[in-house]
Design a protein around this ligand. Structure first.
Ligand code: ASP
Length: 433
């Protein structure tokens, strides 16, 4: 029998997880059974993905940069990557603002619902606001300062320091370019082999993906808030999802126009990464799979994926910036505030920066939203309004974040002649290899 394609297997796992979660929530003790016996498997799955993120970045970036053979190529690629990342983020925020200003979801929230939501989620919102306070205290150049680690082992021991690991790997790769070839060769060969091993590990972990997402979604279902809350926030959620859908359309068009890759090929290639991003709500945890898919299934050469994708996972979050724009204006609307055009322009700037500063982990976009709200003069307490449905929206925006990184890597690769023919067409063949 022909095996199902990986993305169908993952989708099936997700669907069964939802059904199982719903079933278990109908009887007493079902929730605890899922939390004690099912959720840990989801966590193990996420941990195994995170486990290989730092070694993967190190090995593939060092090899990728040293393969460039000349530093000017690196700066060309770097310039394009950052430029396109910023442009797509600004487009995303603008789409978010357009949708939220047209649909005006905040106007449909009654005074009663607003008070109820604010009082029920005050405490949770408070903890996000406190986390954002720490960020706000730092000086304007803090982000630049944080880029350079003082100790590579300390940087590599924390998945939150991805940019520092990236900095070290690029620096090391540059060193390799500059030393004589015969000295560089054994080091390069080592990282080359190391990288192959990590890519194989990703294949192995992906065998467990359908089960991992089953566990993750079953746990999310039993932990989700009541349906009534979803209804109250329905229009807002719809605006975010509509905006994200439009953004996906923008990517598909960009990829088609610049690389002539058909939407079907693009989705077939990237779907497993999108589904994992959706299930884990973390671009960082999804990164190994994004890299593998883009390289082996979409034909982007390793020099590009190893550079563009880890940087993208940390700084390019178009889904997050779009959501921040919609959420900020929604909260303002719910509080009866009218935001002027210039304030909305300010939101474009702050949401772009805030998404760059958001960590690639669940819920990070909401912490940085506090900064967008503060800049626009919108009450931070409004965070409590949107708390209830943040997780499902986080899942959707993370899938968009990952799609954005993949699209940009294809466009950058094409622009420097590094987009080839995919190595693997069918994942099932690939794993048997
Ligand atoms: N969870 C998102 C990500 O990892 C960030 C966020 O918007 O909260 O990309």
């Amino acid at each position: 029998m022909k095996k199902l394609a990986l993305h169908w297997q993952i989708l099936l796992g997700m669907a069964l997880g939802v059904v199982f979660g719903l079933l278990m929530s109908t009887f007493d003790g079902g929730r605890e059974i899922i939390q004690d016996w099912i959720k840990p498997f989801g966590n193990i799955f996420i941990n195994s993905l995170k486990l290989i993120a730092v070694p993967l970045i190190l090995a593939s970036l060092i090899k990728g940069v040293s393969d460039l053979k000349d530093i000017s190529k690196l700066s060309k690629m770097g310039g394009r990557t950052i430029g396109i990342y910023i442009i797509t983020t600004v487009v995303a925020v603008s789409i978010g603002l357009l949708v939220v200003n047209t649909i005006k979801p905040g106007n449909s929230i009654s005074e009663e619902t607003r008070l109820e939501l604010v009082s029920s989620y005050e405490a949770e919102a408070g903890s996000k606001i406190a986390a954002a306070e720490k960020q706000k205290e730092s000086g304007p150049l803090q982000a630049l300062e944080d880029l350079v680690p003082s100790n590579i082992f300390r940087a590599a021991s924390d998945n939150g320091n991805m940019l520092q690991v990236i900095f070290f790997a690029i620096f090391f790769g540059i060193g390799l370019i500059l030393i004589p070839e015969e000295k560089a060769k054994p080091v390069k060969d080592f990282f080359d082999g190391f990288n192959e091993v990590i890519l194989k590990l990703i294949d192995i972990i992906m065998l467990a993906a359908p089960y991992g997402v089953f566990a993750l979604l079953a746990a999310l279902i039993v932990e989700s808030p009541s349906v009534d809350l979803f209804k109250a926030l329905g229009w807002y959620g719809l605006c975010v999802i509509l905006g994200l859908g439009l953004m996906i359309f923008v990517y598909v068009m960009l990829v088609y126009v610049f690389t002539k890759t058909s939407p079907k090929t693009f989705f077939d290639g990237i779907a497993p990464a999108q589904l994992l991003a959706f299930s884990t709500s973390s671009s960082a945890a999804t990164l190994p799979v994004t890299m593998e898919r883009v390289e082996e299934h979409l034909g982007v050469e390793e020099e590009v994926t190893s550079f563009v994708l880890p940087i993208g996972a940390t700084i390019n979050m178009d889904g997050t910036s779009l959501y921040q724009a919609v959420a900020a204006v929604f909260i303002a609307q719910a509080f009866g505030m009218d935001l002027s055009f210039s304030v909305q322009l300010g939101i474009i700037a702050t949401a772009t920066l805030a998404s760059i500063g958001s960590a690639a982990v669940p819920g990070a976009g909401m912490v940085m939203l506090v900064i967008v709200l503060a800049q626009a003069g919108i009450p931070e307490a409004g965070l409590a309004l949107i708390f209830a449905i943040d997780r499902p929206l986080d899942m959707c925006r993370t899938a968009v974040n990952v799609t954005g990184d993949a699209s940009v890597s294809m466009i950058v690769a094409k622009s420097i002649g590094k987009l080839g023919v995919p190595k693997v067409k069918n994942w099932n063949d690939h794993i048997k290899k």
